[in-house]
Design a protein around this ligand. Structure first.
Ligand code: 5AD
Ligand code: SF4
Length: 475
């Protein structure tokens, strides 16, 4: 058994990170035969992509994916720690699984992801959630086959969580959710330690993947007909800062654009590491999508300082204006936290003021959630929850108004859309995303799924657009 430790997770040792090839254990290839699995994913794209690796590893063991959790032999919860409600959802699901296991004692339950990296969570699992059969963390995803086998052999709860990141594992199998849109990790972990954020503890120190590995993965996606890659990392703009050689995000973006993949996206960007060279590269290559997620978190310089964000309101606005000026038609989205400890009405007004300036295309807004062991969890927080809820409501009123206004500006314009599939309206309406990452619905045949087409925007709503197909004409 190997349990997580916060103290170790915090350390940022200089030790070199080696590149290691994933090794498939051939003798395990039958342990899942005639068994089904179900993976439930919480949280961000990084977790979604980890689940694509988890699924492929399970299928190498002989397991078959089931779409019904209740009917599966193995259930794995890939969890998220970012806010308390993500925690609550996973614990609620463990409650449901407990009942299921009482009825079907052969059911195997595994837990992984960010919650597995938390000392407190694993302690609770050891004492209160005995129905969980095995736990593995974010640093040893590739060990899943061995850990599962150990549990299946012994029947005893198996916990293996590393707090210090190991080598960078390349060549893990992957079962991608889409045949034309792919996630590609470019870096892992984060060294920023924003005071509210648990990620530097659950995902470890920043480690960038080698450019050769990233580009080889993307070239093979291009060869397989993929239309879009999203470069993933907690802080992608800091890509390469852990290398001795001078190869940074702008260089990577340029090399990825040159692979000829029709669409390149990336997330998430920290304003601190966003360079002029990056802006110029995005502006230069038409296949780098003009859609930037630029989390601001707060519009008050005082609160930004307490959050450890390393920029002031004015510095953020300067960067924002430069991006808008240099990248034609760019859409910018953001994340905002209200009710950070010590946030006054005046600080909140600064946030509203910033939003009025930036007029974001999209914004994810949250109430501050206290995360165990982070610096902000020790700050005095005397704003009542009701007031924080009101601030969130007021903020949402403003951001929503701009989503609609920005969408209205697109009415009558023809936009490029990568078609995803049928929407919920049944089998006639398709949906897809524009270059600026806006959801758009339109009528069309399934032959267009996976293609980039031209659509004229006919109507704007707050969270989506409606349109009609312009090209190809004979669909
Ligand atoms: N409370 C509320 N929101 C948080 N986020 C990260 N940590 C917290 C927290 N403790 C938000 C930030 C981040 C997004 C992914 O989640 O806005 O950008
Ligand atoms: Fe968390 Fe993002 Fe800050 Fe890193 S940069 S600590 S992931 S909010």
């Amino acid at each position: 058994m190997k349990l997580p430790s916060y103290q170790e997770a915090r350390s940022r040792k200089k030790a070199a990170i080696e590149r290691e090839e994933y090794h498939k254990e051939k003798e395990l290839s039958h342990i899942g035969e005639k068994k089904t699995y179900y993976v439930k994913t919480y949280g961000c794209q990084m977790n979604e992509h980890d689940s694509e690796n988890i699924k492929a590893m399970l299928e190498e063991l002989g397991f078959i994916e089931s779409l019904e959790m209740e009917a599966s032999d193995l259930v794995i919860l890939n969890t998220c720690s970012i806010r308390e409600n993500a925690h609550n959802k996973a614990f609620g699901m463990l409650g449901r699984l407990k009942h299921l296991k009482e009825m079907r004692p052969d059911l195997i339950i595994g837990l992984c992801g960010c919650m597995a990296q938390e000392e407190g969570v694993v302690d609770e699992i050891l004492h209160k959630y005995r129905q969980v059969d095995f736990v593995f963390g974010t640093h040893n995803l590739h060990r899943l086959p061995m850990i599962l086998k150990k549990y299946m052999d012994s029947g005893k709860q198996e916990i293996e969580v590393l707090s210090v990141e190991g080598n960078l594992i390349e060549g893990m199998p992957v079962k991608r959710a889409s045949k034309y849109k792919a996630y590609v990790n470019i870096m892992y972990g984060c060294d920023k330690f924003c005071t509210y954020c648990i990620v530097p503890y659950t995902r470890g120190k920043q480690r960038s993947r080698k450019k050769e590995d990233i580009l080889a993965e993307i070239r093979s996606l291009v060869a397989d007909g993929y239309q879009e890659v999203t470069l993933l990392g907690q802080n992608v703009n800091a890509y390469g800062k852990d290398f001795a050689e001078d190869y940074r995000m702008e260089n990577l973006l340029e090399d990825v654009a040159k692979t000829g993949i029709p669409r390149v996206r990336f997330m998430t960007s920290h304003p601190w590491d966003f360079t002029d060279a990056m802006i110029d590269t995005i502006a230069k290559y038409p296949n780098i999508m003009p859609a930037i997620h630029l989390p601001v978190q707060s519009g008050s310089s005082r609160i930004l300082k307490r959050m450890g964000r390393r920029y002031t309101k004015e510095e953020y606005l300067t960067l924002f204006d430069k991006i808008k000026e240099k990248i034609p038609g760019v859409s910018v989205s953001t994340d905002i936290i209200v009710g950070f400890p010590g946030e006054t009405e005046e600080d909140f007004q600064d946030t509203l003021d910033l939003v009025e300036h930036c007029q974001y295309d999209n914004a994810f807004t949250f109430i501050f959630s206290k995360r165990e062991n982070t610096a902000a969890c020790r700050l005095k927080d005397d704003t009542p929850l009701r007031e924080k809820e009101q601030r969130l409501y007021r903020l949402n009123q403003v951001v929503n108004r701009y989503f609609l206004e920005n969408n209205q500006k697109l009415v009558g314009k023809v936009v490029p859309v990568l078609v995803d599939g049928y929407n919920e309206n049944g089998k006639t309406q398709l949906f897809g995303y524009t270059d600026t990452n806006k959801l758009i619905n339109f009528d069309g045949p399934d032959a267009l799924i996976g293609k980039i087409i031209s659509v004229e925007v006919t109507e704007a709503k707050t969270w989506s657009l409606d349109g009609i197909i312009v090209e190809p004409k004979n669909h």
